[in-house]
Design a binder for this molecule. Structure first.
Ligand SMILES: [Zn+2]
Length: 215
């Protein structure tokens, strides 16, 4: 199970780990989209809630996760990404699978670093390459060093938007982290480093052969 704030690189790690370990990557977003597409009874409920602009509740999400975990491809394990998102979902998950069967990994990145990272991100409107500008560059428009196009900040990367998303995350996920922290299998991994070093640390923690060069 991977826990981490938006911008921590958690999604990237989930994809890599699923590939390395040849186990499925299970994200709530994918489950919701798949259920809606399959038009299963649960999927129709989800579609109705989303069409009305509502939030899919804990109970429904847990039902969907239960169905997904029952699929045959989870026999050798799975990566959970974005679930559980609340303490009540965490308690529900403990009723679906033995609590001690989970390894809980927090990709740890301080909020201020995420705000700095995301607010320095720009996307070129011509070649679409994402790049970083200097943290103190306040200009919204600069020239792309590759093609001369305009470097634009996505509205999602605006510092105020990032802070709001982090607040929402901390409100929901603080209790989830508190829920898992006392467990022997819980670990926090420093997410401030290159993605390769983070992957290596996670694999080492999981008992894989790879070892991260410690800095
Ligand atoms: Zn460009």
């Amino acid at each position: 199970m991977l826990i981490g704030p938006p911008g921590s690189g958690k999604g990237t790690q989930a994809v890599r780990l699923a590939e390395r370990l040849s186990i499925p990557h299970i994200s709530t977003g994918d489950i919701l989209r798949a259920a809606v597409k399959a038009q299963s009874p649960l999927g129709q409920q989800v579609a109705g809630i989303m069409a009305a602009g509502g939030l899919v509740g804990d109970g429904l999400i847990t039902d969907l996760v239960r169905d997904r975990l029952a699929a045959p491809d989870t026999g050798r394990g799975f990566i959970l990404d974005g679930y559980p998102r609340t303490a009540s979902q965490a308690a529900a998950l403990d009723r679906l699978r033995a609590p001690e069967s989970f390894v809980v990994i927090l990709i740890d990145v301080p909020g201020e670093v995420i705000v700095r990272r995301m607010s320095s991100r720009r996307v070129c409107d011509s070649c679409a390459i994402t790049q970083s500008v200097l943290p103190d560059a306040e200009m919204e428009r600069e020239a792309c060093p590759y093609c001369g196009g305009n470097l634009l900040r996505r509205p999602d990367d605006h510092p105020d938007t990032v802070r709001r998303r982090l607040d929402t995350y901390e409100e929901a996920c603080g209790p989830v982290i508190a829920y898992y922290r006392p467990r022997p299998s819980f670990t926090a991994i420093d997410g401030l480093r290159h993605a390769d070093a983070v992957t290596a640390d996670v694999m080492a923690y999981l008992g894989g052969a790879e070892r991260a060069p410690r800095s």
